[in-house]
Design a protein around this ligand. Sequence first.
Ligand code: AMP
Ligand code: GLY
Length: 428
Amino acid sequence: MNALILGSGAREHALAHKLSESPLISKLFVAPGNGGTEREFENLPISLSDFETLASNILERNLELVVVGPEQPLVDGFVDFLQHHADPFFRTVHVIGPDQACAALEGSKDFSKQIMQEAGIPTAGARVFTVADWEELEHYIQQHALPVVIKADGLAAGKGVAVCTSHQEAIDFSASVLKDSVFGDQNSSVLVEEFLDGIEVSMFALCDGIHYQLLPEAKDYKRIFDGDKGPNTGGMGSVSPVPFVDNVFRQKVEDRVLKPLFQTLQKRGLHYKGFLFVGLMKVGDEPFVIEFNARLGDPETQTILNRIEGDLVPAFLSVRDQTLDQHPIQVKNMAVATIVLCAEHYPDTPAKGDAMEISESAANGKIYLAGAVQKDGILVTSGGRVASCTGMGARPEEALSQAYALVEAVRFRGMQYRRDVGKDVWGN
Ligand code: AMP
Ligand code: GLY
């Protein structure tokens, strides 16, 4: 069958690689894709907000499997658009991604918190305020323990959360969201949330509305500089496995997070189909949910897909008919590390348009492209996160040395990357 992947990052390039290994896939398209997916697959230059053109391409090219990479089209209702389309073909398409009501787990932090509270899922305590409650909000923040976490309710391109070490900072950030609408009008409320002190880990599941299969976990490195210094980014690297995620921890996440979550969604008539990303904080030995996302993580995907044994497509094709329980996902007992290569001045004002070279000797491991396009036959940088170098091996040090060898094989002006990926959890 022919398949379509939506998105343009290294996550989507990695998904395309994984899908292309399946004997069930004949032709693979990526929309809009990047310079890497253009070289290996076929890009469709369509905006992810243009549902009509996406749908007409799905129909005309007979794309029977659609995997949605980023959150925006999910939160905007792309899956519902296909489900309710006048042409019955769309109800036969296998779509990996939740509908709008379920994607609100990522799209609205208020909704997500309500579901967690109703389901009894361990999470930080929080209260919601709108601009109408401004005086109460100020008063509430003033007496809140520090640090205090302020979260804009809606999507905010990864910038909607501030961990504040002073009350004034928390009030100023709340004002920027509620009064100055820096993240747009969809962010008309904020959550004031307790700070959780612990170690973060990203866990993932593929879900069919009834069943789920856990995928490998990963640790993400969010700050730009070594030692977790400097501003937050989309993610500078990832590793898997994360040693503290043992069977006991995994069972706690299933029993206290996933099972109550799906029960609570089902009670509301919601059937979550697609990838679920559970952002967790391990506090002591216990998992607390920081956030749910309606998709896979970037750069976690580049790492975890390389730990999945065999073909993922049969599991994808079981989601529509809710038979995912018959497709256990096997995880390889190996180590994988991803190092993200970023443009100069990322994350503030990333440089663009620099020529990029990848040495032909880069044979082992994988280089997935993101902010890079093909121009006059050469690769040129086009965004903040330019590429992901993924190394693998039986042991963490092999994965890291392969990943950093790939970093050496890539060249562009002003390239930035972290040199300490994996050190905290793997101890290398
Ligand atoms: P999010 O956009 O929800 O992923 O939040 C961004 C980052 O803020 C997370 O990855 C955490 O590092 C941090 N964060 C969010 N909520 C909390 C919390 N309640 N306690 C501590 N850190 C948090
Ligand atoms: N790496 C974190 C994310 O994809 O949101």
